[in-house]
Design a protein around this ligand. Structure first.
Ligand SMILES: [Zn+2]
Length: 385
């Protein structure tokens, strides 16, 4: 049964906006000791916090100085390739720096400095959300870095040191290229083949090949096709099968795989996939909202994956996005495939228009060979809104 407009009675349990905003701001000020092991992926925590504040319509709670400080901190992770190493551009996770004049020492450290696709994607999202114009980015060098990480089967690994390659990084690659409005040497056709080959017999999508269908990787695959303008290449039967697989993941909230417990973040992963496929209104809004709010911490803010378990920025961000898909009053709309608030996405589109107009004198972009618009192929009414 569809319940796509919730009345006041059905929204009786309140979303504690102020507490969630304060929760995010705490993570921007200090990383709790229990999350110290996440220091090397800290841009992702900045992403959940900054973009979460945007979805909460609460970015004004960050002072102009704090916004500036976060932007400058993000840029400290930018790896700019030297002339003899063209393919390592992007953002890294760690901010560990060694100040030294010892060339041998600096060279040995350089071996460990390269862009990481997930850190690059989240760093650019933070910059655009905070109003940065991305003019300090060498877009071509970053996309060269992305293309270098593409494997012969069309998938991507996260970085040039040869880590695992799968659907997570296919998504990050597509998101980066879309954000920078440039696909360079990325082989979209091979990327499509990898995604197509990972659609399983039950129409969910696996990390790669014949793995198990999973809600997170299904989002990554469908969003990557959407961002690269290739969703229309899937036939109707396949698209209907994917919608069916996603709709069957709803119990009250959503599960990531058959026979698994529900978890708050899948209200985003499955919800966003269904939003992209224009099938979200077939879900049960009342049950979804009820589950997400069971995982809300009413004392200090934040959401957890299950009721009565610990909150974290990841589930807090995705819980709030899940509520945004339910059109919770007071929350910004979320652009489902890029996973940022719609106001930030609109600013990005304005930047793209400027870049296209000024492409000949763009000092960080000296190729005009590809300026096609993938946004033109986006069909979701949500995105056109
Ligand atoms: Zn989860």
């Amino acid at each position: 049964m569809s319940h796509n407009t919730l009345n006041i009675e059905e929204r009786k349990e309140p979303v504690l906006f102020t507490k969630h905003a304060k929760y995010f701001i705490r993570f921007l000020n200090v990383l709790p000791a229990r999350l110290a092991s996440h220091d090397c992926t800290r841009p992702t925590i900045a992403f959940y916090s900054v973009c979460g504040l945007d979805v909460l319509n609460s970015l004004h709670l960050l002072t102009p100085q704090m916004r500036k400080d976060i932007i400058e901190w993000i840029y400290t992770g930018l790896v700019e390739p030297y002339e003899n190493e063209p393919c390592r551009g992007g953002f890294q996770g760690s901010r560990v720096k060694i100040n030294s004049d010892d060339k041998q020492l600096l060279d040995s450290i350089r071996c460990y400095q390269w862009g990481h696709l997930a850190m690059t994607y989240t760093s650019i999202c933070v910059l655009i959300t905070l109003g940065d114009d991305l003019s300090r980015l060498n877009r071509q060098s970053i996309v060269d870095g992305v293309a270098t990480n593409q494997r012969s089967d069309g998938s991507f690994s996260a970085c040039i040191n040869g880590c695992e390659s799968d659907m997570r990084f296919v998504y990050c690659a597509a998101a980066i290229c879309h954000l920078l409005d440039y696909w360079g040497n990325v082989d979209k056709d091979k990327m499509y083949s990898f995604i197509k080959d990972s659609i399983r017999y039950d129409y969910g999508v696996s990390q790669s090949g014949e793995g198990e269908s999973h809600g997170g990787t299904t989002f990554c695959a469908i969003a990557a096709l959407h961002l690269s303008g290739q969703l229309g290449r899937l036939d109707e039967k396949t698209l209907e099968g994917i919608k069916r697989w996603c709709l069957f993941r709803q119990i009250d909230g959503f599960q990531g795989r058959p026979n698994k417990p529900v978890d708050t973040c899948y209200s985003f992963w499955i919800g966003a996939t269904l939003r992209i496929l224009n099938a979200f209104t077939l879900t049960d809004y009342i049950e979804n909202r009820k589950y997400i709010l069971e995982t809300q911490d009413t004392i200090v803010g934040g959401f957890s994956k299950w009721a009565q378990s610990s909150t974290d920025p990841f589930h807090t961000y995705f819980g709030i996005c899940g509520l945004s898909f339910l059109e919770e009053p007071g929350l910004a709309t979320v652009m489902p495939s890029l996973n940022i608030a719609m106001p930030a996405y609109k600013r990005l589109q304005q930047l793209h228009a400027q870049w296209r107009t000024n492409s000949t004198d763009d000092k960080y972009f000296n190729s005009t060979k590809e300026h096609e618009s993938d946004t033109d192929t986006i069909t979701s009414p949500l995105i056109k809104a």
